[in-house]
Write a protein that binds this ligand. Structure first.
Ligand code: NDP
Length: 295
């Protein structure tokens, strides 16, 4: 039987509508408009598209956003000075520096300079530490989006065996930590796999919830999942496709056609985790604005 489709685009739209309402309320009751600053260094075409999409998403729901473009040859000092300025700017509640940065700039130094209370990407070590110990803080947007997708779809996480394939700092490790926490929308038993894992299929077959964050096109096949599994595909991979106008198409880390014929529920690519990621950036920015009222 074909799996239920977990429609990330639809869930993202629902959350964005809720955020738009919250923003109206913040404006009416506190004269407060959440603000996001997006910093782009250089001319990376993919980064430019991401930044444009983030600004548009802000605009669509009523978040004030400003874009700061620095040239490719900008110094680390210049970038750090801009972040300091944004740290002190009261109309800015979230600061996002689009990665990757040019090689001559130290990414860790840059992230560490963003005030943790404006780190809406959730990459600052303070926010990562808070995630680890289950304290309130900003969660990285992609794993946060995965968690929201599961809870909005009514997938039980409490007690479930979650298998995460991938252990990166931006997806695999944080999602594993988030779902392990002793709190609602979590309480899972989590197994994390990676490229050195032995007999991967034997482990993925045990998953009630399988999260693929690998970066290998269509690596998860039907024989690697059980009939009862809920499969979340984080992967975004370009593969050649002469039939398409662009010459390529996007696929996930999961072989959708065959896995969707076997498992219980599955998120597609595109239209799954992608729209959720940007939505959680908006969510964190609104959250940061609300927290600024308490300071
Ligand atoms: P990384 O390359 O940083 O990490 C990939 C992980 O997968 C590593 O831990 C690696 O293991 C593991 N891995 C690679 N090959 C295998 C294999 N054959 N078997 C088991 N494990 C393997 O990628 P990211 O975490 O940054 O991203 C993962 C995917 O998610 C990518 O496709 C990326 O494009 C996508 N993505 C999507 C986002 C969205 O918004 N939808 C946002 C961020 C990422 P090891 O550690 O041993 O090398």
């Amino acid at each position: 039987m074909a799996a239920t489709i977990i429609d990330g685009k639809k869930i993202a739209e629902t959350i964005q509508q809720e955020l738009a309402e919250e923003i109206k309320q913040l404006q009416a009751e506190h004269h407060l408009t959440p603000g996001l600053a997006v910093v782009l260094v250089g001319e990376n075409p993919a980064s430019k598209v991401y930044v444009r999409n983030k600004n548009k998403a802000c605009h669509d729901i009523g978040i004030y956003s400003e874009q700061h473009n620095l040239p490719q040859e900008a110094s680390e000092q210049e970038l750090l000075a801009l972040i300091q300025q944004l740290n002190h700017d009261d109309k800015i509640h979230g600061i996002l520096v689009q990665l990757p940065l040019p090689d001559h700039i130290d990414e860790h130094k840059v992230i560490n300079t963003i005030l943790p209370e404006k780190d809406v990407d959730g990459f600052h070590p303070v926010n990562i530490g808070k995630l680890m110990i289950g304290e309130k803080g900003f969660r990285p947007c992609t794993p946060f989006g995965v968690q929201k997708m599961l809870s909005y779809s009514g997938v039980p996480i409490d007690g479930a065996h979650v298998v995460v394939v991938g252990r990166s700092n931006i997806v695999g490790k944080p999602i594993a930590n988030m779902l392990l926490q002793k709190q609602p929308d979590a309480n899972a038993t989590v197994t994390v796999c990676h490229s050195r894992t032995k007999d991967l299929a034997a482990i993925t077959r045990q998953a009630d919830i399988l999260i693929a964050a690998i970066g290998q096109p269509e690596m998860i096949t039907a024989e690697m999942v059980s009939e009862n599994a809920v499969v979340i595909d984080v992967g975004v991979n370009r593969i050649e496709d002469p039939a398409s106008k662009t010459g390529y198409r996007l696929v996930g880390d999961v072989k959708f056609d065959e896995v969707s014929q076997k498992c219980k529920a599955i998120s597609p690519v595109p239209g799954g985790v992608g729209p959720m990621t940007i939505t959680m950036l908006l969510y964190n920015t609104v959250e940061s604005a609300k927290q600024s009222l308490e300071r």
